[in-house]
Ligand binder design. Structure first.
Ligand SMILES: Nc1ncnc2c1ncn2[C@@H]1O[C@H](COP(=O)(O)OP(=O)(O)O)[C@@H](O)[C@H]1O
Ligand SMILES: [Mg+2]
Length: 334
């Protein structure tokens, strides 16, 4: 792989940090549940991702991260809200119609488990070529071969693996194919939904390093999703914390790690495994989360589990409020 080439894809769309690439406004997703009621998977989320920016999205399992990913990538239709891509509302068209639009190629997703996201009947070549054919309408075989070869090279996939099937690859190689497939159409935004959580720890580190290199070389924006704060810490300059469908805190990475304001974020930081006691989680989160089904619109979602909770938290939902220097937090006591 030619590390010296600073821009192997040629011209990329404007990548200056500071220009907003994607903006979600009051984005919500509700699912009807059997037996009645609505499950509020994503609840009125506001989020911006700058051009070339790497944003981390964290929160425990079930808090709505993957649902938000599916909405932002327009793989599902939101119940309400807007998604502006370069100022244009891409949530205004249905998911089915969006699938045929040129903007579709600009947001790509790397899914959690490459074994599940790769078609087992496709060789590596077909997997990487598929979005090029489908999203960019690329048909010329010579050009396809060239683009697939370049994407494979970028993710460090040896050329001799191009004709293999997923089951003939290691976990790390499959992860590389998933990434190659996502970057091949040259997206402006790469969304990574727990991209390393299915991998062995040693392979995780290698893949994270690759992702950091790719971001530096290609200048794409990242939305990096993880339940693990340590993982986003390595890559992201800004971090968004979700709890039961809502954003509860957002801050520059350093500010979040040194001065988290929301009791949930503080608990998450407290739950980071102690390196001295490998694998042991020192969780300070007691109790079980509230139900996401028809949640009380006037109560803080964290109430009942929060060490700081008072009567007010049961009757007044805290709103996201600026706390200085890009830090926003939704807590009455932050
Ligand atoms: N298709 C669906 N139908 C009904 N409920 C769903 C569906 N997808 C996700 N959910 C629910 O939405 C909530 C958020 O899920 P998800 O976005 O997968 O969370 P995360 O990725 O943070 O683990 C969970 O309560 C989950 O059970
Ligand atoms: Mg998920």
């Amino acid at each position: 792989m030619d590390i010296a080439d600073p821009n192997p894809f040629g011209a990329l769309p404007g990548t200056a940090v500071g220009v907003t690439l994607l903006e979600a406004q009051a984005l919500s997703m509700r699912y009807k549940v059997a037996g009645g009621g609505m499950l509020h998977a994503v609840d009125s989320v506001d989020l911006t991702i700058g051009s070339g920016e790497c944003v981390g999205l964290v929160g425990e399992s079930g808090c709505g991260k993957s649902t938000l990913v599916r909405l932002l990538a327009r793989l599902a239709d939101p119940t309400s809200g807007r998604i502006l891509l370069d100022g244009q509302d891409i949530a205004a068209v249905s998911q089915a119609r969006f699938a045929g639009m040129p903007q579709r190629a600009r947001i790509q997703v790397v899914f959690q488990d490459p074994s599940e996201s790769l078609n087992p009947a496709f060789r590596v070549f077909q997997s990487i070529a598929d979005p090029l054919r489908r999203l960019l309408g690329l048909k010329d075989q010579t050009k396809l071969i060239e683009r697939v070869r370049r994407a494979a090279e970028l993710v460090g996939l040896p050329p001799e693996l191009i004709e293999r099937y997923p089951h003939q690859l290691s976990g790390g190689q499959r992860a590389r194919v998933g990434i190659a497939r996502a970057i091949a159409p040259e997206p402006s935004l790469l969304i990574l939904d727990e991209p390393t959580s299915a991998l062995d720890v040693s392979v995780q580190a290698v893949i994270l390093r690759l992702l950091a290199d790719l971001q530096a070389r290609l200048g794409m924006s990242y939305l990096f999703v993880s339940h693990d704060l340590n993982v986003v810490r390595l890559l992201c300059s800004r971090i968004v914390v979700m709890y039961l469908g809502r954003v509860v805190e957002m801050a520059p990475a350093e500010a979040l790690f040194t001065g988290a304001r929301h009791p949930y974020t503080q608990a998450l930081l407290g739950a980071i495994p102690d390196p001295a006691k490998r694998g042991e989680i020192r969780s300070r989160l007691d109790g079980s989360p509230r139900s996401p089904i028809d949640p009380d619109p006037n109560a803080c979602r964290f109430h009942g589990r929060c060490p700081k909770g008072t009567e007010r938290c049961a009757t007044e939902m805290p709103r996201l409020t600026p706390a200085g220097q890009g830090h926003v937090v939704a807590c009455h006591f932050a």
